[in-house]
Ligand binder design. Structure first.
Ligand SMILES: [Zn+2]
Length: 217
């Protein structure tokens, strides 16, 4: 490993634990609590579609915010990646309609079992397979963070849902519902954990080069 690679890794890890990253993580915790208070408003509770829209919007915003912490919003690629992470985090709930076989919200919310994209074992399978595929095919730096982006989108969604129904860890079954404090703590920790793992596995280094102009930390 040459000096340039070592410097890129060190810069990436510095960015991970920069003051702006810590402030953004605290902001994410505050957002999680605020949006759940918003969901408790009687106006929201009385309208099922509004409640579903706010809840799904929260999933998207948390996915977007989490990936923004990982990459920083200093370049357009970071912005678009964060938007993609938000869209994926929201899109996970489409499997409710898939399993219900209709666009009826009532049917989608009263399923006999949990829909497929809510299986947490799938995260390791999907992200691990994508990571191995990208390592094997070496498609270029812009593609390398994709498994981690998917990981953040899915994991943040599952953790948030986990406060109500626990995590579905096939084939072992469901965990008990996650305590609220654990949900907030895991959500805030996830981007930091992701950044460190990306650094350890070398993805973050490629990402640093891609965002080189932005790494003036
Ligand atoms: Zn969900």
């Amino acid at each position: 490993m040459d000096l340039e690679e070592e410097v890129a890794k060190a810069q990436a890890l510095l960015q991970t634990h920069s003051p702006s990253s810590v402030v953004a993580s605290l902001g994410l915790a505050v957002f999680c609590v605020c949006v759940d208070h918003l969901l408790l408003l009687s106006l929201v509770q009385q309208h099922a579609w509004l409640r579903a829209a706010v809840d799904n919007g929260a999933h998207g915003a948390i996915g977007l915010w989490s990936w923004a912490i990982v990459v920083g919003l200093r370049t357009w690629s970071g912005v678009w990646e964060s938007v993609l992470a938000g869209c994926l985090a929201s899109a996970v709930d489409l499997d409710h309609f898939y399993l219900a076989g209709s666009f009826s919200l009532e049917a989608a919310l009263n399923l006999p079992r949990r829909p497929p994209l809510h299986c947490s074992s799938l995260i390791l399978l999907l992200c691990g397979s994508l990571h191995l595929l990208i390592r094997a095919c070496r498609p270029g730096a812009p593609w390398r963070p994709l498994p981690w982006l998917l990981f953040i989108s899915l994991a943040s969604h599952h953790i948030r849902d986990g406060t109500r129904r626990g995590l579905w860890v096939w084939p072992f079954g469901n965990t008990p519902p996650l305590p609220y404090w654990l949900y907030v703590a895991l959500t805030v920790t996830l981007p930091q954990l992701c950044s460190v793992l990306m650094g350890v596995l070398g993805t973050r280094e490629a990402d640093s080069r891609r965002h080189k102009a932005a790494l003036d930390v």
